[in-house]
Design a protein around this ligand. Structure first.
Ligand SMILES: NC(=O)C1=CN([C@@H]2O[C@H](COP(=O)(O)OP(=O)(O)OC[C@H]3O[C@@H](n4cnc5c(N)ncnc54)[C@H](O)[C@@H]3O)[C@@H](O)[C@H]2O)C=CC1
Ligand SMILES: O=C(O)C(=O)Cc1ccc(O)cc1
Length: 362
C-alpha cells in the first residue's frame, strides 16, 4: 500500500463500525494510523476489520489518543460518556448528524466534557454498514467541529487532524448553529425528497416509465435508511418543524397562485416563486467549494462497449477539463447520455471540438 503521511499521533479507536466508522477507519489506515474497532454487533466489527478499516480492539491494547464515536444518534451520548470514563486521557469525538441533543444529554448527566469535541462530517451514503464504507467518503466535504470555550487546544487539534487526514474541510460552529444549518441543507431536503418519492408508490406503471433525470435528482436521497432518519429528525425536531412550516406555507402560496392562474398578478407570483428557486440553487457550493456554476454538455453515446472510454480519451486529447460526469440511460433506447460539466469559458470550444470529432451533443 502506498502510505500517505498522517497528522494523527497514537491509536484511534472507533466505536460503531458501520458506514461512517468504517469509512473513517479505512481512510486513516491508508495513512498508516493504528486503528482499533468496536461495535455492539460482532458481525459488523468483523466485517469492518475484513474490509481493512482497522483491527478489533482487544484487552491489553494501548489506550487510544482519540476515540471516534460513530454509533446511531440515539446512543451517541451513552457511547461518548462511556469512552470518556474508559479512556480518561483520550480525546473523544463523535460524527452524529445532530449535535445539540447529545451535547445537552452529556451536560445533563454531568459528564466531564473537557476532552469531548463534537463533530460532523457532511458526507454520507444512502445505505449504512461497513460494506458501503469508502476511504474517500470525506474528501473535500465540510467537516463541522463544535468546540467549547473550554476545549483545550490539543484536544481540538487531534480531532482536526483526523478530519484533515480524511480530506475534510474544517468548519467551526456551535451545536445550535450546526443543527439549524443541517436542518435547512440536509434534514428538510430529506423529508421533501421522501414525501415526493412516496407519491410514486401508487402511481401507474406508464407514468413511472416516463421518469427521467429530474425525478431522479429530486428523489435520490429518499432511498436513505428510515431508521437512521427517524433518529436524526426526532433529535432535531425544533428547527425541522419550523422549516417544514415555512415550506408548507410556500406550497400553500404556490398552490393558491396556480389555482387562480388567470387572476391579475397570479402568473407573476408563480414566476417569482420559481425564480427564487433558481436563486437558491445558485447559492449551493460547487465542486470546489465556491458557488461557481458549471455548464453541462450532454453527449450522446451509443450503448456499445468502449464508447464511454473513447469519449473520455478524446476529452483528454482535446484538453477539456471535466469537472463532473454523470451517465443517464434513455429508457427503451440503445443510447446513453454522458453529462459533462465544464467551466463556462470552456463550454463553447468543447461543444465545437466534440462536434468536429463526430460526437452528437445536446
Ligand atoms: N449515514 C450517513 O450518511 C451519515 C451518518 N452520520 C452519522 O454517523 C453515525 C453512524 O451512522 P452510519 O455509519 O450511517 O450507521 P451504520 O448503521 O452504518 O453504523 C452504526 C454502527 O453502530 C453500531 N452500534 C449501535 N449501537 C452501538 C453501541 N451502543 N456501541 C457500539 N456500536 C454500536 C451498529 O451495530 C452499527 O454497526 C450516526 O450518528 C449518523 O448520524 C454522519 C454523516 C452521514
Ligand atoms: O446526500 C448528501 O447530500 C449527503 O451528504 C448525505 C448526508 C446524510 C446525513 C448526514 O449527516 C450528512 C450527509
Amino acid at each position: 500500500m502506498n502510505e500517505l503521511e498522517s497528522r494523527v499521533r497514537g491509536t484511534v479507536h472507533i466505536v460503531g463500525a458501520g458506514l461512517l466508522g468504517a469509512s473513517v477507519g479505512l481512510g486513516l489506515r491508508e495513512r498508516g494510523v493504528d486503528v482499533t474497532l468496536e461495535d455492539l454487533s460482532p458481525t459488523a466489527v468483523a466485517l469492518a476489520a475484513d474490509y481493512g478499516a482497522g483491527r478489533i480492539r482487544e484487552a491489553g491494547d494501548p489506550e487510544p489518543s482519540v476515540v471516534v464515536v460513530a454509533t446511531p444518534p440515539d446512543v451517541v451520548a451513552d457511547a461518548v460518556e462511556r469512552a470518556l470514563s474508559e479512556f480518561p486521557n483520550a480525546v473523544v469525538t463523535d460524527v452524529a448528524s445532530v449535535k445539540l441533543a447529545p451535547y445537552l444529554e452529556l451536560v445533563r448527566r454531568g459528564a466531564p466534557l473537557k476532552n469531548y469535541v463534537g463533530s460532523h462530517p457532511m458526507a454520507g451514503r444512502e445505505r449504512g454498514g461497513a460494506i458501503m464504507a469508502r476511504a474517500d467518503l470525506f474528501t473535500a466535504r465540510p467537516w463541522v467541529i463544535c468546540r467549547d470555550r473550554d476545549t483545550p487546544a490539543e484536544a481540538l487539534s487531534l480531532v482536526e487532524a483526523i478530519a484533515l487526514d480524511l480530506g475534510g474541510v474544517l468548519t467551526e460552529m456551535t451545536p445550535e448553529e450546526h443543527d439549524r444549518s443541517v436542518g435547512l441543507v440536509s434534514h428538510l431536503p430529506q423529508v421533501v425528497s421522501s414525501l415526493l418519492a412516496a407519491r410514486l408508490v401508487s402511481a401507474e406503471e406508464q407514468a413511472i416509465a416516463l421518469a427521467g433525470a429530474g425525478l431522479r435528482d429530486t428523489t435520490r436521497i429518499a432511498a436513505s435508511d428510515p431508521e437512521l432518519w427517524v433518529q436524526i429528525l426526532g433529535a432535531n425536531r425544533e428547527p425541522v418543524v419550523a422549516l417544514l412550516e415555512q415550506f408548507s406555507a410556500d406550497v400553500a402560496a404556490f398552490t393558491a397562485a396556480l389555482r387562480d392562474a388567470d387572476a391579475p398578478g397570479a402568473k407573476r407570483r408563480v414566476a417569482d416563486l420559481l425564480a427564487s428557486g433558481g436563486r437558491g440553487v445558485g447559492r449551493i457550493p460547487g465542486k470546489h467549494g465556491s458557488s461557481e456554476r458549471f455548464i453541462t454538455i450532454t453527449v450522446l453515446i451509443d450503448d456499445t462497449p468502449g464508447e464511454l472510454g473513447r469519449l473520455l480519451t478524446e476529452l483528454g486529447e482535446l484538453g477539456i477539463n471535466m469537472e463532473d460526469l454523470r451517465l443517464e440511460h434513455s429508457p427503451g433506447a440503445q443510447i446513453g447520455f454522458a453529462e459533462i460539466a465544464v467551466l463556462p469559458e470552456a463550454a463553447e470550444r468543447a461543444v465545437a471540438d466534440l462536434t468536429e470529432r463526430g460526437w452528437r451533443t445536446l
